[in-house]
Design a protein around this ligand. Structure first.
Ligand SMILES: *Cc1c(COP(=O)(O)O)cnc(C)c1O
Length: 447
């Protein structure tokens, strides 16, 4: 028996859509009791709610096509990808962003139509570019001047003409974390418009024999809670389209991407700051349309690239509680059986999460504790301060909004076994990645 989450769970806005309570009073995800999940698959366990994933994919398609019909949605693979997951996303009608040869290979192994795949990256290797050209990727997004000659040469050797976009750096600060802002001039990403490099790059592509210039791309960083950075950046790019591409170079820009970066809430304060997808869509489409009108250029085909906003809220990390350490007058540490190996975000970005006593989510808070990981690093603390009932060893702790950039950045630090991953729907769980084993840990060893 599952009730609706909103009526009964305090963290409902952070939990997946199909979250509820079992008759035993435990958290359910996709209709499956967390205790059953933990018993069957072990912990740490990453649980993806299919209903939330579907809603986010459909939500992006509907919002952006509603505001701008000539639009496609590409899922940014680096947020989380494996073979069954790629198949699922492709079936929702999304294409993909890839940023490495590895991501291309996993997409290929999932039989994704590679014409729907765009390759990004500030330092794509010659091997990655060759793979992209050979495999017939839809677009390669050129990130620097040198890449023009490199890719042109490779496409020539492969006797193919590669369609490309140019990732420009509009010189706009997206007001996100310094480690995740990417659209400023002092960034390793993109060709700056301000310095003249973007103009030289587009001109070089136009005269390259084996490249087909289609348009421009930008990505400002992540997560971006405000819409103003998109407005400012699109205005800069629109001026570049009108004055430079069409004006000075005589080139039509038939495609444009505002990138990704659409925010999600990891905690209650962020919940208040969150914009609906439709708001981003209205602002992006409205600005592009207004600028195209004003500057007199035809509307380009648009591709948006959400990663985090598709997968973050769908995912929940389940841990088993272990040791407890009280430092009188300072802090109480409650340790779980995962940590920085499966979630580096608190250590890397200062990300702030909430947590739930998953087997008694309605129990009142009794104390403020830190949730520590199990790895040999003082910085391995998943949550510095959170109010929870007094947790007992062996019970389950759930950390919501765990779907994006956690497993994607996981490591084998301390030779941790990588977590298992399940998808849940209609009371059933499907294992999409088994837990690592001792054999896996030595599988790459030679000798
Ligand atoms: C990472 C990335 C995205 C996705 O960012 P999210 O914040 O996950 O939406 C989109 N486009 C490019 C080029 C990226 O590098």
């Amino acid at each position: 028996m599952t009730e609706t989450a909103s009526a009964t769970l305090s963290l409902a806005p952070l939990l997946p859509l199909r979250s509820g309570l079992s008759s035993a009073g435990r958290l359910t995800l996709g209709g499956v009791d967390v205790r059953d999940l933990a018993d069957e698959f072990g912990t740490p366990l990453y649980v993806y709610d299919v209903a939330t994933l579907r809603a986010q994919c459909e939500g992006f398609l509907a919002a952006f096509r509603g505001a701008y019909p000539d639009c496609d949605v590409l899922y940014a693979s680096k947020a989380f990808l494996n073979r069954p997951f790629a198949r699922f996303i492709a079936a929702q009608g999304l294409g993909f962003d890839a940023v490495s040869g590895g991501e291309i290979e996993v997409l290929r192994a999932a039989d994704v139509d590679l014409r729907t795949v765009y390759l990004h990256g500030n330092n794509k290797t010659p091997e990655e570019l060759r793979l992209a050209v050979r495999a017939g990727l839809g677009r390669v997004v050129i990130d620097n001047e040198g890449e023009v000659t490199l890719l042109d040469g490779i496409a020539g050797e492969e006797r193919k003409r590669q369609a490309v976009l140019v990732r420009v750096s509009p010189g706009i600060d997206a007001h996100t974390h310094e480690k995740t802002t990417t659209g400023i001039v002092d960034s390793k990403f993109g060709v700056p418009i301000l310095t003249g490099a973007a103009e030289r790059t587009v001109a070089a592509i136009a005269s390259a024999a084996n490249l087909d210039f289609r348009g421009l791309h930008m990505h400002l960083g992540s997560p971006i809670f405000e819409t103003a950075p998109y407005v400012e950046a699109i205005e800069v790019v629109a001026r570049f389209i009108a004055e430079v591409c069409r004006g000075r170079l005589g080139l039509e820009v038939t495609e444009f991407s505002p990138g990704g970066g659409f925010a999600v809430a990891y905690n209650d304060e962020q919940q208040d700051a969150l914009q609906p997808i439709a708001e981003y869509a209205a602002v992006v489409a409205g600005t592009l349309r207004r600028e195209a009108d004003r500057l007199g250029f035809p509307l380009p085909h648009m591709t948006v690239e959400p990663g985090r906003a598709i997968v973050a809220r769908a995912g929940v990390a389940l841990y088993t509680v272990g040791a407890r350490k009280e430092v009188p007058g300072i802090r109480t540490y409650v340790s779980v059986d995962g940590g920085m190996a499966d979630n580096i975000r608190p250590a890397m970005y200062g990300a702030r999460y909430r947590a739930l006593a998953a087997e008694r989510p309605r129990a009142p808070a009794e104390e403020t504790v830190a949730i520590a990981g199990k790895y040999c690093e003082s910085g391995d603390v998943l949550i510095q301060s959170v109010e929870l009932p007094r947790l007992r060893a062996g019970e389950l702790l759930a950390i919501p909004v765990a779907g994006a950039y956690q497993l994607a950045m996981e490591s084998n630090y301390n030779l941790a076994y990588r977590a298992a991953v399940v998808m849940v729907e209609d009371g059933r769980a499907r294992l999409i990645r088994r837990r690592q084993t001792a054999e896996d840990l030595v599988a790459l060893d030679v000798g």
